[in-house]
Ligand binder design. Structure first.
Ligand code: ATP
Ligand code: MG
Length: 434
């Protein structure tokens, strides 16, 4: 993509209304634009990152055996009356009538809808277990939308729902999602701490939240320092044994921690940090299947209500969490897995025909090799170009200037380490296309 044809409104000024660094950087780097309180447009660069995050989430759901579908954003109030949640949900739910006066709502989550879909088509134990998921916009009329997309009113969520015949099946579905979450966050370059979450009146002990450690996180968590020692490789190859080990280590949100009479972790190993909740998994049993009348025939001819779980990931919130975890004083430092472009190609002298023809040539070679490249072909000072490239945080910068070209070299800069290297054009291209 040529910058002279792109839409990338970057700014030098730190927006006054943005309190945390990820929000500031998202505005400055032209990733998002607020259109109403807690509601954002995803500008082209931000939309590319959102799609990358979404795709990693999707791949790990698929790998775990979950099946993708797409449910609508708008739901009917009657559906929610069946589970009894219409009145229970409160003012976070956006409610409105359609032209006929039928009460509608913008979905904050989809347990009722997926149960209704099952109700119409699943009759036999042979149809279970199944886990279905979708990646869809949600609306919650948060009292205090803040920190940009971190706590928005409209936000993108992956929500999965599992249906099993018995509690052992539910536990297996829950563990498959747990593994998917560990792998997802590791691939996004994040270290996530699984925190035991309260299950409320439904009971059971199967609920975990996944928190990314960051000073700006809204939750306070207490955990065993051993949780910090889990390596990325271990997360990527996680299995039931990994989960058993991770969940045996102490990790609680402040409120729950305060209720613990005697903390099992010795003081020197107890960490207290702030966290951003990026995922929440929850096994709730027959709450919706029983209230909405979903039953299946068992092998011996009786019938039962399937055991269910639901599993959310804050896809849009993840972008904020990634930036909180990976930035420096010059801007964002995208992990390669979600970077909007892999390479930022900088033409230092757009007014010099020789330099421009060399840079154009490199650009087409990168494109032909399938390397996502943002080409700064603007006629601007080098300093301004460096500053905006650093701000938007692409993993590699390839700098083409007149002095280097005379010696047959270009400069390759690694955004994360700041290392710069002079290379022949061919070896630079070889490195970037490898
Ligand atoms: P929170 O405690 O942050 O309000 P929640 O417990 O209400 O979240 P869930 O219902 O568990 O959220 O939703 C699943 C995931 O969706 C959360 O883990 C979070 O990552 C994301 N999420 C929830 N609310 C928002 C929001 N207002 N803006 C962005 N992401 C959100
Ligand atoms: Mg939650």
């Amino acid at each position: 993509m040529r910058l002279t044809r792109y839409f990338l409104p970057v700014t030098k000024e730190t927006p006054a209304d943005a309190q945390i660094v990820s929000h500031q950087l998202m505005l400055r780097a032209g990733l998002i634009r607020q259109t109403a309180a807690g509601i954002y447009a995803w500008l082209p660069l931000g939309f590319r990152v959102l799609n990358r995050i979404e795709q990693i989430v999707r791949e790990e759901q698929d790998r775990a055996g979950a099946i993708e579908l797409l449910m609508p954003t708008i739901q009917s109030a009657d559906l929610w009356r069946q589970s009894g949640r219409y009145d229970a949900y409160g003012p976070e739910m956006l409610r409105f009538p359609d032209r006929k006066g039928t009460e509608m709502l913008y979905g904050p989550t989809n347990e009722e809808m997926i149960t209704q879909i099952f109700l119409g088509s699943v009759k036999s134990y042979r149809d279970l277990p199944r886990t279905l998921y979708h990646i869809q916009w949600k609306f919650r009329d948060e009292v205090r939308p803040r920190f940009g997309i971190m706590r928005g009113r409209e936000f993108l969520m992956k929500d999965a729902y599992s249906f099993d015949l018995d509690e052992d099946g539910l536990k297996a579905s829950y563990e498959a999602m747990f593994v998917a979450y560990l792998r997802t966050f590791a691939r996004l370059g994040l270290q996530a701490v699984p925190v035991k979450a309260p299950t409320g009146p439904i009971g059971g002990d199967l609920s975990h939240e996944f928190h990314i450690l960051a000073e700006t996180g809204e939750s306070a968590i207490f955990y065993d320092a051993a949780l910090e020692d889990i390596s990325r490789d271990e997360l990527l190859s996680a299995d039931a044994a990994t989960i058993a080990r991770l969940t045996s280590l102490y990790a609680m949100e402040e409120e729950e921690h305060a209720k613990v009479a005697e903390c099992p972790v010795p003081a020197e190993r107890l960490r207290s940090r702030r966290g951003i909740e990026v995922g929440h998994i929850f096994a709730f049993g027959t709450k919706y299947s029983a209230s909405m009348g979903l039953s299946v025939q068992t092998a011996d001819g009786t019938s039962l209500h399937p055991q269910m779980g639901s599993y959310g990931v804050g896809v849009s919130r993840l972008m904020g969490a990634i930036i909180e975890a990976s930035h420096d004083s010059s801007g964002i430092v995208w992990p390669e897995s979600v970077a909007p472009f892999r390479v930022g190609l900088i033409n230092m002298r757009a007014d010099d025909a020789k330099v421009t023809s060399a840079a154009d040539d490199i650009y087409s070679r990168l494109q032909n090799a399938g390397v996502d490249t943002l080409y700064d072909d603007r006629d601007e000072r080098g300093g301004a170009k460096f500053a905006s490239m650093d701000l938007i945080g692409l993993p590699w910068q390839l700098i083409v200037g007149p002095r280097g070209l005379e010696r047959g070299v270009v400069e390759l800069k690694n955004r994360a380490t700041g290392e710069r290297e002079e290379l022949s054009l061919e070896s630079a291209l070889a490195r970037l296309t490898a």
